[in-house]
Ligand binder design. Sequence first.
Ligand SMILES: Nc1ncnc2c1ncn2[C@@H]1O[C@H](COP(=O)(O)OP(=O)(O)OP(=O)(O)O)[C@@H](O)[C@H]1O
Ligand SMILES: [Mg+2]
Length: 582
Amino acid sequence: MVCSVVLTSTSFAAPYVQGKLFDAAVDAYHAKKRVDEAFAQDVAPLLAILGGLYGLSWVMEIFVGILFAVAAHTALTRLRCAMFANLVQQDVAFYDAHVSGELSSRLINDSVQLQTLVQFVTQDVLKAAVRIIGGVLAMYLTHPLLGLLATAITPINWLIIRKAGTVQGLYGAVQNASIAKANSAAIEALGCMRTVHANTGELREARRFASHIRRFLRVVLVTVHSQTVVIFTQLLLSQLRDVLVLGVGMHQVIAGEITIGNFTAFTQYVGLFEQGFSSGASIWLSVRQTLVSAGRFVQLLERRPHVRPDEGRQPFARCRGHLALQNVSFHYPASREALVLDSVSLEAPPGSIVALVGASGAGKSTIARLIERFYDPTSGALLLDGVDFRELELRWLRRQIGFVEQEPTLFDRSIAENVRYGAPEADDAQVQRAIELANAAEFISELPEGLETNPGERGVRLSGGQKQRIAIARAVLKQPALLLLDEATSALDSANEAAVTLALDQLMLERTTVVIAHRLSTVVRATQILVLSRGVVVERGTHTQLVADERSHYATFMKAQLVSPDAPMSAPGTRLVSLAAA
Ligand SMILES: Nc1ncnc2c1ncn2[C@@H]1O[C@H](COP(=O)(O)OP(=O)(O)OP(=O)(O)O)[C@@H](O)[C@H]1O
Ligand SMILES: [Mg+2]
């Protein structure tokens, strides 16, 4: 900053020396000195000083430029890291309300605007300030009357710029919102290309993107127009001012009130003042516009999640896995009117298997999400080994749970990394064992790079069943006290399902399991079955108890499958399709 101020200050010395040069030459002419002698004595030293000044400003210009660029890029990198770290710590409800395209737009676009603000504005603000203050001082010290004339148009200029600033501020927000929407549209379409192609939606997606980006263009054009009006009005006013200053100035030169050298220096001070004023104005305009995105960025940067992952306590070294839900009612934060769970209670002692069944949309996966503490219940409580979830450290709680989601997600990183995602410290032998338990070893060994194969974005290069088995291996590797299986084997064929179920059976013996399944084989073995209907537990009991009442929901489900309640329960692949996919 000091360099920047010094650098700009030296730019005032150059016109002064130039003015002295002119006067020295004119004086030598009038004194009828010998040309070579006058040049060597009067002009050459001033030329050397001028050269030195230019050299100094050149070196400092480079130095200051690099310094500001490095500082701004470093600040930008830090900002982006801090922003991303903060983004990934937000609670799940936050992601229900924000699309990823919008967030990535904030992370990349808004931060670039901030960086521009930091890099150019801080640097140029100093330059502009020095030029404006120095310019006014130099002008008034050289010739007060001419100084007054040269600055007479400044208030009018300022009024025009203020008007433009209001327009810029108004449209800045719309501009950012429309680029974020275009970004979301592109990310959404590119992430679902199979669905887009299958439904011949290519052109529709292209049009959707174009409509957002054209809106952005329209807004940009409005701001460009307002900037153009400002630039041309300023140009016109400054040209009028120049003619006036030149006229009065020449009059003063002829009258002997100012030397030609001082007047030349004066015109350069006007130029420096002018540069300072217009760069100050454009900084003010871009700040007006950038403040919107900067505000949004800072807001997001400072957003604290509802629950911090490291808050709370770790009550026991080893969790037994006693899970209880006490009168749990819940609605999603995004839709406050719709109660998804209504006074759900369940007790799952260590080692027990609880099966959740019910029609699609009944709230089964929602229970799994509450157990993962993606959300807190609206009323009621969830307890692990007798301790309320809200008292437990979130990170610790999640380490106790192995969750196989209904739609498992894989990262485009090696399969080994995917399996290790929940237990990064696991060694190769443990990874191999988890893969074997999930019956995934055979297909992985057939992949070109085995465990090092990348499965593509969201696992696009694998089949649904293969993805599920990797997700099961991931959950198993965590050696959790609580296993949450949300239709974990729904995409597997009978043979694979039988093998995975057999392996999971051993695991289930040692831990508490909550299973959401539409396969009879899994449900039948459960210690307790909860039948959900529109978020309410309508029946509970073992398979034998529930089928005893022919009019029970459970028995009706069975009949709907055309499966006799007495059918061989362990038959793998026998589906209770309506329970989960009705
Ligand atoms: N993030 C969300 N925001 C708002 N509502 C949601 C959200 N997720 C689910 N819902 C709603 O909650 C209800 C229960 O959904 P849930 O996923 O628990 O059903 P499910 O029993 O698992 O169904 P399925 O068998 O089809 O998987 C549904 O009506 C659904 O529309
Ligand atoms: Mg579900």
